[in-house]
Design a protein around this ligand. Sequence first.
Ligand code: ADP
Length: 606
Amino acid sequence: MTLRGRLLLAQAPLALALVLVGVAAVATLARLGRAGQDILQDNYRSVLAMQRVNELLGGMDSAALFIIAGERQRGWEQQAAQRPVLEAELHVQEGNITEPGEFDSTGRLSQAWARYQQEYTAFLEQEGVEAGRERYFAALRPAYQEVKDAAANILNLNQDAMVRKSEALRRQSQRVNTVMVTAVLAAFLAGLFASTSLTHRALRPVSVLSQAVRRLGQGDLEARAVVAGTDEIAQLGRDFNTMAEHLQQYRQSSLGELLQAQAASQAAIDSLPDPVMVFGAGGALLNVNQAAEGVLRLSLETGGEALVRVEPEVRDVLERVRTHVLGGKGAYQPQGYEEAVRVTAPEGDRWLLPRGSPVYGESGEVVGATVILQDVTRLRRFDELKNDLVATVAHEFRTPLTSLRMAIHLCAEGVVGPVTEKQADLLTAAREDCQRLQGIVDDLLDLSRLQSGRLVLDLRRVPAAELVEGALGVHRTAAEERGVRLSQEVSPEAEEVEVDAERMQLVLSNLVGNGIRHTPTGGEVSVRVSREGARVRFEVKDTGEGIPPSEQARIFEKFYRVPGAPSGGAGLGLSIAQEVVQAHGGALGVTSAEGQGSTFGFTVPG
Ligand code: ADP
């Protein structure tokens, strides 16, 4: 059955109750109406007839009185007119006997009327007024009274019956009233109950369906609507179940894929030998790989306190990289092996180099940071080995080089015997090369010493002018030979600096030497010292060839030399200078334009 049919059926009991009550009401009202009509028919007609009889009797009596009053003609006519009418009324009464005792009373009335008529006939036949009067009072009047009494008796009988019946009718209608109200109430309640239960039954599937929908909405994909039948709701229930089925399949498949993808990516990062950590946008540790758990003793289970158990040095590095990446500064790339942090492990110390890369959200915002601690233990060891090798080789080269230079010098000067001019030229060239070689060896030694971490600054307060003078003094001869002017300008505000004098002199000397080497004859190399807040700024300016912008960043790299530039050392001078300046908390920088000279500058504590 369709839902519409069921709902209609549910309304049926109420409608049926209404019809039943209506039929009962109509029937009862009809009965009451008939009862009223019966009263009218049964009694009221008798009452009317008796009243008419009374009146007519009065007319007959007054006719008799006319006669005895001498108005014989008038009396005659009057009584003759009354009599048939009265007869007719009596007939009416005889045909309308309804009450117990009325039959007898009517019989008595008929008899009395018959007697009265006899008496009246006898009275009318009486001659003379006097005799008539006697007759009237003697016989007619009593007969008249008898008829009147009989009529009054019937009247009373009927009036009493009327009162009784109307009382009974009133009581009946009261009863009917009560019965009707009760019936209406009962029908209403029964109809309502039946309608409600039928409607409830008809709509029960809707609540089953709505419960299922609610459960599904709350994420319970197992929810199904069990609705039997073929109506619209059952159809809806089946459609809902199909939808839930599909949804569940979809969820299972996408969840499965997701889990698989997650497992795959976890396996991927676990397979990395280097520790990997993933931080959320708020800085909380979201994921780590097995290497991180093993090497750093990190665990996700410790929640927000995950980093507490990590060694302070490593924690500082991790926090720095995380802050860098989450701060929106892009990926974090280490500057060099020096940034590697040491982690103590049972199988020996490990050196880990931090790298960070941002994790971007859908709209391009940084939602996390991935930090990898690259294990550079081996590379570092190689580096150390290389440094040691370089240091050893350089050191071992130094003494033979010195004696070689001395020997060449002595030969060139003719101390050990005369030399020809050609030989002297060759010896001079050899001496210069020897000198350059010695410079390179010195640079290598300095560099290896700096890089092996053995760079311990010997900080002292020294006059800036002394440093500048020392640096310029070394190159004065070379500058003169080349025709390059040297000048200095030391601000009185920057008289003293707190530096490692020997090393700082090396830096300045390097810069001045470079300046002279790259400046043509007639040029100038000037050193300026000025105060810059709490620090002192050193600047070495030349009027030489300048450095192309594309080369400016690279000239500080080790062994890098600008292609085509006049050969000097091994490309180590600036990187050594940079190391020393950085050890003093500064940074060596350059401003230069091709053909317009270069200015190298740095600051040191003042
Ligand atoms: P080197 O000892 O071989 O000169 P440096 O590290 O001192 O090596 O310098 C690296 C490169 O920078 C040099 O090859 C040179 O081309 C360039 N350079 C350095 N100083 C100057 C300067 N004042 N003017 C122009 N080029 C310079």
